[in-house]
Ligand binder design. Sequence first.
Ligand SMILES: Cc1cc2ncn([C@H]3O[C@H](COP(=O)(O)O)[C@@H](O)[C@H]3O)c2cc1C
Ligand SMILES: O=C(O)c1cccnc1
Length: 327
Amino acid sequence: MHSLASLPEEDTLARRAALERQRQLTKPEGSLGRLEALAVWLASWQGREIPSLERVQALVFVGWHGIADKGYSAYPAAVTGQMLANFRAGGAAINQLSALGGAQLSVVPILEGQSTAPFDEGPAMSTACCLQAMQMGFEAVDPQAQLLVLGEMGIGNTSSAAALCTLLFDEPGELWAGAGTGLDKAGVARKADLLESVRQRVAKLNPLAILAEVGGHEIAAMAGAMIAARQARIPLLLDGFVVCAAAAVLQAINPAFTAAMVAGHRSAEMAHTRLLERLGLPPLLELGLRLGEGSGAALALPLLRAAIACHAGMATFAEAGVSDRDA
Ligand SMILES: Cc1cc2ncn([C@H]3O[C@H](COP(=O)(O)O)[C@@H](O)[C@H]3O)c2cc1C
Ligand SMILES: O=C(O)c1cccnc1
């Protein structure tokens, strides 16, 4: 996975060309708002003045969590494997939304049949296991993809993601505990206690050690995929709280990671707002989703397509014979 200390930069020439093109298109400067920035962002990471989204990859990683047997999710741990079958049969939300957004979906179980250890007792994963899961994610990325959408499935993984945030930012667990699949108030309070006890138990660790300590296999795989994408300069569309927690691990290693990321949506999971602020990423959509699977990112894909459609298809002032403001 090479060094994470130096990451490839965006293509500043492509960026400048895209900015210049935006200036010449037949609209008041800035009038397409974030669509303009999205087109320029895609151009700068794809390294071309006019970006393309013909080849979009959606990767959903599935992981099994030891903590899921301890009542921190509203649903039983068995749902993880059952949903894996549902993804394969085409029956999950992400199957519909990735098809609608024009993404090629792959579902990748990470260390199937092997749960992480419950992190209330000790480390969730060994370092070797964490690296293995990261490697699986790394290798799942299509090097030719023009954009990557990541998603996850794993009952218990909002506890894992919240524990990651608690340790990465060294903040009280109650700031990061949310309802996940639908815990009630008492359930969320118990989840906050879990996070706080982990914070007391675990000494200050580096970000990768934190990932092994409280992460899930699918979260480690997402981190690996994010590294692969970044090293290939593939821009990344983020989903909800759990995907963003994987991104936070990388941001803690190198803050430059987030430059190639856009947040597809703000999830209804309470702490996602706080996490997006920490990542410095304003969300594109806010629809009250709290599903995961990459659903919120897939839903934002048509916005990126709209940005490119305008960027690529609009006439310039010169082409259309329309007077520019200084004329
Ligand atoms: C049927 C079903 C489908 C899902 N698809 C995603 N999740 C989401 O819920 C889980 C995290 O929430 P918690 O930490 O509360 O368990 C993850 O699997 C996540 O992807 C689902 C959950 C369920 C029940
Ligand atoms: O925001 C998310 O990613 C999320 C929220 C609830 C359940 N699973 C995922």
